[in-house]
Design a protein around this ligand. Structure first.
Ligand SMILES: Nc1ncnc2c1ncn2[C@@H]1O[C@H](COP(=O)(O)OP(=O)(O)OP(=O)(O)O)[C@@H](O)[C@H]1O
Length: 95
């Protein structure tokens, strides 16, 4: 396992990153594409709200940019003009 992949797994294990079961998300529709991800809209059962799921094109290749994005989003999670980062999920049926 790469050090960057370990950073995510360790974050989930020590609860500094929330992990959600993929089955919590319904009505998943693609709404955008970026350089390293596809973005989907979904209904989230736990919060009864609509959220964006950012799906990495290559989940096996966690780059330093992805880690930086997670770190930055966690730091600015309080700001009303910045989307809230809730956590990570994994579509295990795709693996
Ligand atoms: N929360 C959101 N709500 C609605 N659309 C979104 C949201 N997040 C991303 N998108 C859409 O998905 C597209 C790609 O998202 P984003 O730029 O975050 O992906 P990325 O892989 O980080 O791209 P890049 O590497 O080009 O920065 C956006 O241009 C936008 O159209």
């Amino acid at each position: 396992m790469s050090a960057k992949c370990w950073w995510i797994k360790n974050g989930i294990a020590n609860e500094s990153i929330n992990y959600y079961d993929y089955s919590e998300f319904q009505n998943i529709k693609c709404i955008g594409n970026g350089g390293f991800s596809n973005v989907y809209q979904a209904n989230w059962n736990s919060s009864n709200t609509v959220i964006a799921l950012k799906s990495l094109l290559n989940g096996d290749n966690i780059t330093k940019e992805i880690i930086n994005e997670i770190k930055l989003m966690q730091k600015v999670n309080f700001h009303k003009n910045i989307l809230q980062f809730f956590g990570i999920t994994s579509n295990t049926s795709k693996r």
